[in-house]
Design a protein around this ligand. Structure first.
Ligand SMILES: [Zn+2]
Length: 270
């Protein structure tokens, strides 16, 4: 699912997709920045290439969108280029779910807590770490598991419409080890109202992954985790219908299918 290209190209992408952008190195090129919507994100150098990531939100308008690139050279010269992203609409299905009533009709205390946590999460996703902690491909946090193809589903809880599903639900019995999808810094590791026991990892360049409904948390905020390190055990905490791992991903605050992270770094890249 990953996409890379030379310049002046049109990239065919889908709603909810992680997109790799790449620029070939050239003499005296000192930095490169991608401009995507309201966001700017640096490229990082990988040998003879400069790479970064942007996300197409699951509700991005179908049609063409421009992603700008600004290159800065040693003599101060700037060069502006752009990609055209042709965003295809995805027909996300609607799912009806039944959960404990307290997760649908919130008490005033629970509502206040959910609002506070939602602001805390928004401020995490609004933070851009201008370096990449990762250099290898992303992995699925429960290797060999099935399921997880429910990203973007429109959801109705106990008969009431709620936000679309911004992750992938992987089948897992309670107690299954959950692995960090890639190297990064733990930025949240605690119990949340809707998400239950949750771990959020900042991978840098605006890329985040989240692991929700855990039975146990095995990491602490501030800690650097390696790709494949156990961050906790799967469970059924928070708003769930049963045990599973909710694996979520954001890029520059865009909600993307975590499976699309797998292509951000091609296997065997230097
Ligand atoms: Zn989920």
């Amino acid at each position: 699912m990953w996409t890379s290209t030379l310049f002046a190209a049109t990239l065919a992408v889908s709603q909810g997709q992680a997109v790799r952008l790449e620029v070939a190195h050239e003499p005296a090129l000192e930095s490169a920045v991608a401009v995507w919507g309201e966001h700017s994100v640096p490229f990082v150098r990988r040998g003879e290439r400069w790479v970064t990531a942007i996300g197409v939100d699951l509700d991005a308008a179908p049609g063409t969108h421009e992603a700008g690139v600004v290159l800065t050279f040693a003599d101060g010269r700037e060069e502006h280029r752009s990609y055209t992203l042709d965003v295809r609409a995805v027909a996300f299905p609607t799912t009806e779910l039944t959960v404990e009533p307290r997760y649908v009709e919130l008490s005033p205390e629970d509502q206040a807590r959910a609002d506070r946590e939602s602001r805390e999460i928004a401020s995490i996703y609004a933070t851009l770490t201008p370096e990449a902690y990762w250099s290898e491909p992303f992995i699925v946090p429960i290797p060999g598991t099935t399921g997880g193809r429910n990203f973007g589903h429109r959801r109705i809880f106990n008969g009431q419409p709620r936000a679309p599903h911004s992750g992938a639900d992987l089948r897992a019995a309670t107690g299954t080890p959950v692995l960090a999808s890639n190297r990064g810094r733990v930025v949240l590791a605690k119990e949340l109202f809707f998400s239950g026991n949750a771990v959020f990892i900042d991978h840098g360049l605006g890329v985040y992954s989240a692991y929700l409904h855990l039975s146990e948390i095995h990491v602490e905020p501030g800690q650097i985790v390696e790709r494949g390190q156990v961050v906790g055990l799967s469970g059924a905490t928070g708003r769930v219908t049963g045990p599973h791992l909710h694996w979520g991903a954001r890029i520059l605050d865009a909600r993307v299918d975590p499976f699309s992270l797998l292509g951000l770094e091609p296997e065997g890249d230097e």
